[in-house]
Design a protein around this ligand. Structure first.
Ligand code: KG4
Ligand code: ZN
Length: 342
């Protein structure tokens, strides 16, 4: 079934699970606006400082809401539902968004729609790809998750494989920190890697022979640490492109190998990529190549819908509203919510 139903409902989506404060507006499954404020306060720390993230969400949210409505050309009175990330994420950050959304919904007599952040990343594939059909496989790669999910239908998710330690995005961020690049590390490594040789360093590919669809990236991160340690500042700078290219290649090859296994095991020939790491240029390139070689159709969201954004929350909320899935406002923020939890 295609998800491109049109019934005219307008949904506002609020995303505050980590360090992006974002609000998006979706009408009929079409994104009207997607305003994202990437918090800058964390860059000096090489990672997200939870309390600072909560404070920034609280400071920015009303302004981002006004900007998103204005940019969409929509008045609050025209909105049919308020979607908000209920989890997973940082507890303090989630609480700011959930409380704000509940207050806004209460004040305007609107339903509030709790959205699972991981499900929203996955469903973002439908935003620009109305041709996508169930069932499909989703490689979900973000700062907190690395999973291969079998998507049988709307709400029918089975996790086929997951990381046993670090998430792929976390590995990008930790390696970027080792190399004194900024935060988040993925885009910096992606850029440096374009100038480097991917075979310059022989970094390990974790769990390739494990026989299952699980991942491990902590050994890779440690291998990069040992490669960087003996280098002085000048050498490290000179070898930066090679280090980034070799590290990135190890991550991408691992993801690709497991995904090929999943395709073989399930026989499913539609594959989507979701989450922040889906913005990686080499991963996209390799996926496309895998698609051509293995006769698999590959889908990924536009760049702006890969990393955390309000539009994907609005879109997931719109899908719930279309199906009359309105659980009421007694839900709470759940930092450890899984895509397969009820
Ligand atoms: O989905 P996301 O925005 O937030 C979470 O839900 O975690 O993903 C953030 C992750 C970060 O670890 C960031 O370094 C990574 O996505 N990322 C990338 C790229 N852009 C963002 N990783 C590799 N290459 C990129 N171009
Ligand atoms: Zn995310």
């Amino acid at each position: 079934m295609s998800e491109n139903n049109k019934t005219g409902q307008i949904v506002l989506g609020i995303e505050t699970s980590c360090d992006e404060t974002s609000v998006g507006v979706v009408s009929d499954g079409v994104v009207l606006s997607n305003i994202i404020a990437s918090q800058q306060v964390h860059s000096a720390y090489g990672g997200v400082v939870p309390e600072m993230a909560s404070r920034e969400h609280e400071r920015l949210l009303a302004y981002i809401l006004d900007t998103a409505l204005e940019s969409a050309g929509v008045a609050l009175g025209q909105v049919d539902g308020i979607a908000v990330t209920a989890g997973p994420g940082l507890m303090g950050s989630l609480l700011v968004g959930v409380s704000f959304a509940k207050g806004l919904a209460l004040r305007n007599h609107l339903p509030v729609l709790p959205v699972n952040h991981i499900e929203a990343h996955l469903l973002a594939n439908f935003i620009d790809n109305p041709a996508l059909q169930y069932p499909f496989l989703c490689l979900l790669v973000s700062g907190g998750h690395t999973q291969i999910i079998r998507v049988e239908d709307y709400g029918g998710y089975e996790i086929l494989g997951t990381t046993v330690d670090d998430a792929a995005g976390e590995a990008f961020d930790k390696v970027a920190r080792l190399l004194d690049l900024g935060y988040p590390g993925g885009p910096y490594i992606d850029t440096h890697a374009r100038e480097g040789r991917a075979d310059a360093f022989d970094f390990p590919r974790g769990m390739l022979d494990s026989g299952d669809l699980n991942f491990s990236f902590s050994g890779l991160k440690t291998a990069v640490l040992y490669a960087v340690k003996p280098l002085d500042a000048g050498e490290r700078q000179a070898q930066m492109p090679d280090l980034c290219a070799s590290f990135q290649q190890a991550v991408v090859e691992t993801l690709e190998t497991k995904l090929r296994m999943a395709v073989r095991e399930t026989g499913i020939r539609q594959v989507t990529i979701a989450g922040g790491v889906a913005a990686n240029s080499q991963l996209r390139q390799r996926m496309q190549q895998m698609g051509d070689e293995a006769d698999v159709e590959i889908f990924y969201p536009e760049f702006e819908y890969c990393t955390d954004n309000g539009a994907m929350i609005a879109f997931a909320g719109w899908m719930a509203l279309e199906r009359q899935q309105i659980p009421g406002s007694y839900f709470t923020a759940r930092p450890r919510l899984s895509i397969s939890s009820p």
